[in-house]
Ligand binder design. Sequence first.
Ligand SMILES: Cc1cc2nc3c(=O)[nH]c(=O)nc-3n(C[C@H](O)[C@H](O)[C@H](O)COP(=O)(O)OP(=O)(O)OC[C@H]3O[C@@H](n4cnc5c(N)ncnc54)[C@H](O)[C@@H]3O)c2cc1C
Length: 229
Amino acid sequence: MQKIDLLNGGYVGFVEAWGSDERIIEAARMSTGKGFEGWEKDEKLLAYLYNNKHSTPFEMAGMVIEVKAPIFVFREWHRHRTQSYNEMSARYIPLPDENYIPSIERLMLGANTATSNKQAQGNGQVLTPEDAQVWLDCIIESYQTAQSVYETGIALGIPKELARLPVPVARYSRMRASANLRNWLAFLTLRTATAAQWEIRQYADAVGQLIAENFPHTWALFEKEQAHG
Ligand SMILES: Cc1cc2nc3c(=O)[nH]c(=O)nc-3n(C[C@H](O)[C@H](O)[C@H](O)COP(=O)(O)OP(=O)(O)OC[C@H]3O[C@@H](n4cnc5c(N)ncnc54)[C@H](O)[C@@H]3O)c2cc1C
């Protein structure tokens, strides 16, 4: 599987794509009975469909990906109801002891500095790299404690579905996600924006890379739209 590595242990993997830019044109041309007539002519039609929100032809293509991300990223991701998901289950298998550890650089970026999202900021105190490192040491210790309580529970015979209670939202999980192209682009509009949390933005950018590879003509229209707001 083609994988794009993200954070300190996550990835977006390409499973498969269906349809193509050409199939989108073919679907739109069902109205007149003509098919794809070549990009020289049909580039204009694709742009017309896209810019005028004739959306259903863009539902004739799509992509399935595999994602390994921290649980808190999945919480944001799963709000997107038009994707289909299957995720590994901590009820049935113990979750591997892998947790997201942000880099010092990431911590120093702050929250959504490109926007005025005050809610997401800290308490106003200026964070130093030294304090960031102290805090990182603390969370690594707390992950170790949580893992020890988790493993003790499993060893004692506590059901896995309850033994997982101390597992942090930083724990990596895995899922497959499928959506049609229209809905992938809606996801990317929201999750590549600077208002989105940095972590999910890394994943959204990787999804965008795969969309660009598989649907280059539609991707060019999406990029143009994003650039012009
Ligand atoms: C920067 C950011 C901050 C956020 N902050 C919060 C927060 O603080 N709290 C919080 O709870 N959520 C938050 N969210 C999540 C947000 O409210 C949406 O749930 C999420 O972005 C999914 O968007 P969506 O509903 O458009 O996507 P999807 O569920 O994929 O839906 C796609 C489109 O389908 C249509 N649709 C789907 N279901 C329905 C329906 N039931 N009724 C009508 N139309 C429907 C809509 O047109 C929708 O735009 C945040 C999202 C972002 C990007």
